[in-house]
Design a protein around this ligand. Structure first.
Ligand SMILES: C[S@@+](CC[C@H](N)C(=O)[O-])C[C@H]1O[C@@H](n2cnc3c(N)ncnc32)[C@H](O)[C@@H]1O
Length: 309
């Protein structure tokens, strides 16, 4: 799929869930190529939108695609980790709706030199933003134990030890510098593709999550979004794998006043706060037609909450 064809997932459901008012402010914390932003702006001619993304290439594309909305749109290169501060700087005291569409965009996946996809042989980069260590740096420097941990935690790779050992052995002979080299190494360590899912998928997911520290920021950002909403305002979060979705579910639970401490805890230490009302006891998922048209939508899960009055 060409990057220009990036298809926003669960588009109609997101617009309906966010229920933007005729005029007001929406925040798109992961504006990407502007697909959801565009639909929100088109649905409500009086709506303004503040869009954040860490990726300058995505923002350049969003800027083009949202140009027709002129001054209604403000785009900022920033992480959603800084949502509250960015909103304040841009004069947004309260938002009517906030959207997170987590993860990676088609533009990133389909730009070979970004190194997100093992379908192209490219440098092992995988960074959303242009700074910080690359996936190749992690592969070159982490100890075997840290690689095992990373592959288990972020890739849920059951054969993490084998993959980690193979990485450490291979890199003593020659640096692992491309996606193709890493994929072949994983195949040699745990077997090559049998079913629909390539065995290197878990390793690549783990490295991408670690490179961008993707899981760390989710709970604090969801909390900042909840605080930014005006009473009655809506929050929607789309997650693409169970690790993300678990964090989103937990954050929404805590922010709707429910304890999320591990069962059997001596005393509650999670400080639940009744800021939100969760509107989706179960996440919304794409229907068969959407998955058929856009296979990347298949694992999407949308959770929605409303700011308490
Ligand atoms: C699935 S895409 C969003 C697509 C968008 N909803 C659309 O319709 O075009 C996810 C985006 O989140 C961005 N992203 C990842 N981590 C981020 C972070 N910490 N802060 C802000 N944006 C982030 C990525 O660069 C990517 O562009």
């Amino acid at each position: 799929m060409a990057a220009s064809e990036h298809q926003p997932v669960l588009l109609a459901q997101v617009v309906e869930a966010l229920a933007p008012p005729a005029s007001g402010t929406a925040v798109d914390a992961t504006v990407g190529l502007g697909g959801h932003a565009r639909a929100l702006l088109a649905a409500r001619p009086g709506l303004r939108l503040l869009g954040l993304d860490v990726d300058n290439a995505a923002l350049a594309r969003a800027r083009e695609r949202l140009a027709e909305f002129g001054e209604r749109v403000t785009l900022v290169q920033a992480s959603y980790w800084r949502l509250a501060e960015v909103a304040r700087t841009h004069g947004v005291a309260a938002a009517d709706c906030v959207l997170f569409d987590l993860g990676v965009s088609s533009l990133q996946l389909d730009t070979p030199e970004r190194g997100f996809s093992f379908r192209h042989d490219a440098p092992l980069d995988m960074r959303f933003a242009a700074d910080g260590p690359t996936a190749g740096d992690l592969v070159a420097t982490l100890s075997e134990g840290d690689l095992v941990h990373l592959l288990r935690e972020f890739g849920e790779e059951p054969r993490a030890r084998r993959v980690a050992r193979a990485i450490v052995r291979a890199r003593t002979e020659k640096p692992i510098s491309t996606t193709g080299e890493l994929r072949r190494l994983v195949h040699r360590a745990i077997g090559s593709a049998r079913g629909r899912i390539d065995p290197a998928t878990r390793t690549f997911q783990a490295l991408r999550i670690a490179t961008n520290r993707e899981l760390e920021g989710i709970s604090p950002a969801v909390e900042q979004a909840a605080r930014l909403l005006r009473p009655g305002g809506r929050l929607a979060v789309i997650a693409f794998h169970s690790l993300e979705d678990r964090l989103v579910k937990r954050a929404l639970r805590r922010l709707s006043g429910r304890c999320v401490c591990p069962p059997g805890s001596f005393a509650c230490s999670c400080a639940p706060e009744p800021l939100l009302e969760v509107l989706t006891p179960r996440p919304l998922t794409p229907d068969e037609a959407e998955v058929a048209a856009n296979p990347r939508a298949r694992s999407a899960r949308l959770r929605v909450a409303r700011r308490a009055g």
